[in-house]
Design a protein around this ligand. Structure first.
Ligand code: GAR
Length: 203
């Protein structure tokens, strides 16, 4: 798989670690980042995983056409059969030749909320401020809707009275690492079947 990340890279690290086990059915072919100074880059270097920085431009939240073409080319030349968004803070758009077109049904994202609640940025803070008692994370296939594609796996945790956005995010992150690894494993084993909005084969 190719991993796309913009930040710290802890989900990427969880995958890189798990992929070292020969029995795990997937491996990370490369990291692509839009942030040269991202922690994810250090993770790639520590695991000897090739990484590439793509100049994604200033249009925050989106990719330039050139950046998108470069990402597609990097994923294809790395031989990736799956693209994993692990804290990649840009929205992918639909269109011919774009990533979602070339890797249709093969792009997975990890999001720190129980979708369809709390899409977008700072999902953990949104959950805390809304007052939900149960929070969590979701791995889902990516389509052109933001955080709206078919859900593969979710994991829930309780929200405590003394939680802050940071403490809640830290607990959710622990769940993310397990969920992202399992979603990739199920995908690589060919178990997942998309049936409309439902993803079957996750039990
Ligand atoms: C994770 O919490 C991930 O779910 C979130 O960014 C963080 C990246 O952490 N992604 C989104 O909010 C995307 N909408 P990491 O760099 O340590 O993996």
């Amino acid at each position: 798989m190719a991993v796309l990340a913009s930040g710290r890279g802890s989900n990427f690290k969880a995958l890189a670690e798990r992929s070292q086990d020969r029995a795990f059915p997937a491996e990370v072919a490369c990291l692509i980042t839009d942030q040269r100074a991202a922690g994810a880059v250090s993770v790639a270097e520590s695991f000897n995983i090739p990484w590439f920085w793509v100049d994604a431009g200033e249009r925050r939240g989106r990719l330039t056409a050139d950046a998108e073409s470069e990402i597609v080319a990097r994923c294809e030349s790395a031989g990736a059969r799956l693209v994993l968004l692990a804290g990649f803070m840009r929205i992918l758009e639909s269109g011919e030749g774009k990533l979602l077109d070339r890797f249709s049904g093969r792009v997975i994202n990890i999001h720190p909320s129980l979708l369809p609640s709390f899409k977008g940025l700072q999902a953990q803070r949104q959950a805390l401020e809304y007052g939900v008692k149960v929070a969590g994370c979701s791995a889902h296939f990516v389509d052109a809707s933001v955080d709206g594609g078919p859900i593969i796996l979710q994991s829930a945790i309780a929200v405590h009275d003394d939680d802050t956005a940071e403490s809640l995010a830290a607990r959710i992150l622990g769940e993310e690492h397990a969920v992202v690894v399992r979603a990739v494993e199920l995908f690589a084993l060919g178990k997942l079947k998309i049936d409309g909005r439902r993803v079957l084969g996750t039990e």
